[in-house]
Design a protein around this ligand. Structure first.
Ligand SMILES: Nc1ncnc2c1ncn2[C@@H]1O[C@H](COP(=O)(O)OP(=O)(O)OP(=O)(O)O)[C@@H](O)[C@H]1O
Ligand SMILES: [Mg+2]
Length: 353
């Protein structure tokens, strides 16, 4: 395993910069996830690490070796592609052996290494099967075996689970995480799926326009987003506009939607216009008129099994979403009004744009 260091990397297609002066160090043995909207440069970054993309400027290092001008087959990096890229005209063993043959590994070693890689993904003895005889989840594991067989020091995953159904995705992400941890691999993982990113990553980088908008552990990114973009992209977030009052030494009162919420710390200058980011799960349906509460009217209720999602509006028309566990919200009927309290420590305050 190796650490990956990317220094001021730019990748361009014509005039457009798909990756724009990006720097990051990915630690040994870490699973590092790139998350961001379509077109933000995730695949381009991955492909430039693997050696399938030209780099306009900057450098890429594996430990102390500079690799950005090496051909892909000399980088010792495995990549799992979004569509698996399994060859339909080769059986499973030959698919897995592909990278070994490309690296001119002696023929007598190939069978044993292929079988070892298939064992690692829990497909022992499947070498003679044909791709059309395998399920989607099994094919995904063949793709992982093919990346593992070269014993890479780094493994790259480009949306590896996007073709699978929801249940298989949840199972496979755990398998990928276990394989990555048991082999101690350094991995860079691209996904569109926020829950997947939160579930398996050591760290996440949220990309926007070819740059890193924020980087940190899943908890840091989720609980303390630094920009409204990150708050809105990772998880759901209600954005309420408000005006800050005088900091009283402990908290800043923020006037918003007919109530005043004391947000811990000095979050803004007095009189400043702010945006409050409040996660749906930080809100509680309340009967208690002593706690500062937002008056809301229920528009629609979604029953989602373990939680209910309430879609409501505040008196000024601002929509607000609430996640309530099981029975807590059951008494509120559609069209009726109710109070919402929120835990001030879970509010993140941004300067209003
Ligand atoms: N071969 C190419 N030629 C021209 N432009 C390209 C090429 N590949 C990517 N781009 C552009 O570079 C930008 C980044 O693309 P990239 O594929 O890295 O995005 P992405 O974050 O992986 O998106 P998605 O989530 O949709 O897969 C996009 O604007 C895209 O149109
Ligand atoms: Mg992509």
């Amino acid at each position: 395993m190796s650490a990956i260091r990317i220094d001021d990397l730019t990748c361009a297609f014509g005039d457009a910069r798909a990756v724009d002066g990006l720097s990051v160090t990915i630690e040994r043995g870490e699973l590092f996830t790139l998350l961001g909207p379509s077109g933000c440069g995730k695949t381009t970054l991955l492909r430039s690490i693997a050696g399938f993309n030209d780099v306009a400027s900057g450098s890429i290092w594996l430990d102390d070796q500079r690799i950005d001008s090496l051909p892909a087959h000399r980088r010792n990096i495995g990549m799992v592609f979004q569509n698996y890229a399994i060859f339909p005209n080769l059986n499973v063993a030959d698919n897995v052996a592909y990278g070994l043959r490309a690296r001119r590994v002696p023929g007598e070693q190939i069978a044993a290494r292929v079988e070892k890689a298939l064992q690692r993904v829990r497909l022992p003895g499947y070498g003679s099967r044909w791709p059309h005889q395998m399920s989607g989840g099994q094919l995904q594991r063949v793709a992982i075996a093919r990346a593992l067989v070269i014993e890479p020091s780094v493994l790259l995953f480009d949306e590896p689970l996007s073709n699978l159904d929801a249940q298989l995705r949840r199972e496979m992400r755990v398998e990928i995480r276990q394989i990555q941890q048991s082999l101690g691999l350094t991995a860079v993982y691209v996904t569109h799926d926020q829950e997947e990113a939160l579930a398996i990553s050591d760290r996440i980088a949220v990309l926007r326009g070819g740059r890193i908008e924020q980087m940190g552990t899943p908890q840091e990114i989720y609980r303390t987003p630094r920009t409204p973009f990150v708050a809105g992209f990772l998880g759901d977030s209600n954005m309420l506009s408000g005006v800050a009052g005088d900091f009283d030494g402990a908290a800043t009162p923020v006037r918003t939607c007919g109530t005043t919420i004391a947000v811990p710390g000095k979050v803004a200058e007095s009189g400043a216009r702010v945006l409050l980011s409040i996660r749906p799960e930080a809100l509680r349906v309340t009967e208690d008129s002593r706690v500062p509460s937002l008056a809301a009217r229920l528009v629609l209720r979604e029953f989602l099994g373990e939680i209910q999602r309430l879609h409501a509006v505040l008196p000024d028309g601002t929509p607000i979403r609430v996640s309530a566990l099981g029975a807590a919200a059951i008494a509120v009927s559609e069209g009726s009004s109710f109070g919402l309290s929120c835990d001030p420590s879970q509010i993140v305050v941004f300067a209003a744009p």
